[in-house]
Design a protein around this ligand. Structure first.
Ligand SMILES: C[S@@+](CC[C@H](N)C(=O)[O-])C[C@H]1O[C@@H](n2cnc3c(N)ncnc32)[C@H](O)[C@@H]1O
Length: 215
């Protein structure tokens, strides 16, 4: 949305209708124009083609740890391939994921309070319980428990999200083999500190699509 405010043509894609509704409401409130499309990023090329969206794009920006929902290497590679198909020559890919090297064992298998809100119309307690996936220890199962009192109505929701954490070396290898050149790797979501594997739990990457080699 920040890019739309700067005057760029922006298209937002999400597989969740609920998230799209929230994003639409935010854009309307800010008075900015963004085209929102319901679709799966692992099928990005056909999703955009079917909606008659004009591309290639100068940049694909995938924030909010969204690529963590791609749990296996095959779907991650497929998504990079789809992104490549909708990017212009030398187009830019920006995304961030979490660093598997810094998974904190002391936060696993513990019930914790994630956040508390206590306002006149909304009281919310978010508890979370994180466990490791049995088959892949770099996948953390984030179980969230919401206790919500909204305008006097009580609700209780439990959500489970398996999220993949990434090994930096492997990530760099996949990007290279999918023909993305890493321009810079930062260690925070604002892109301020150069990534250090032993220190930062976020891997924020600026990549560039490498053009096909002409023979
Ligand atoms: C943590 S949220 C981030 C939302 C938003 N991008 C942001 O930065 O605030 C991750 C988002 O990824 C979306 N998502 C997960 N798998 C997806 C997929 N295969 N295709 C498109 N969106 C997906 C989820 O629906 C969710 O909205």
């Amino acid at each position: 949305m920040e890019f739309a405010k700067l005057g760029y043509r922006v298209v937002g894609v999400d597989v969740s209708q609920k998230m799209l509704e929230l994003a639409k409401a935010k854009a309307a409130k800010a008075g900015i124009e963004v085209r929102f499309i319901h679709g799966d990023m692992t099928q990005l090329f056909s999703v955009l083609s079917e909606e008659n969206v004009a591309f290639p794009f100068d940049a694909v920006i995938c924030m909010g740890n969204s690529l963590a929902h791609l749990l296996d290497e095959e779907s991650f590679r497929k998504t990079l391939d789809e992104i490549s198909k909708v990017l212009c020559s030398s187009g830019v890919l920006v995304f961030w994921v979490k660093n598997a090297k810094l998974i904190r064992d002391d936060l696993i298998n513990r019930l914790m309070v994630d956040s508390l809100i206590n306002e006149p119309d909304l009281s919310l307690a978010l508890l979370c319980y994180t466990s490791r996936d049995k088959a892949d220890p770099d996948i953390l199962i984030w179980n969230s428990i919401y206790l919500i009192k909204d305008h006097g109505n009580l609700d209780f929701q439990v959500r489970t999200h398996p999220l993949k954490w990434f090994r930096h070396e492997k990530l760099a290898e996949i990007l290279k083999s999918q023909r993305f050149k890493v321009i810079h790797t930062y260690g925070d979501t604002l892109g301020q500190k150069t990534f250090e594997e032993e220190k930062h739990d976020t891997i924020f990457l600026i990549c560039q699509k490498m053009d096909a080699v002409r023979v």
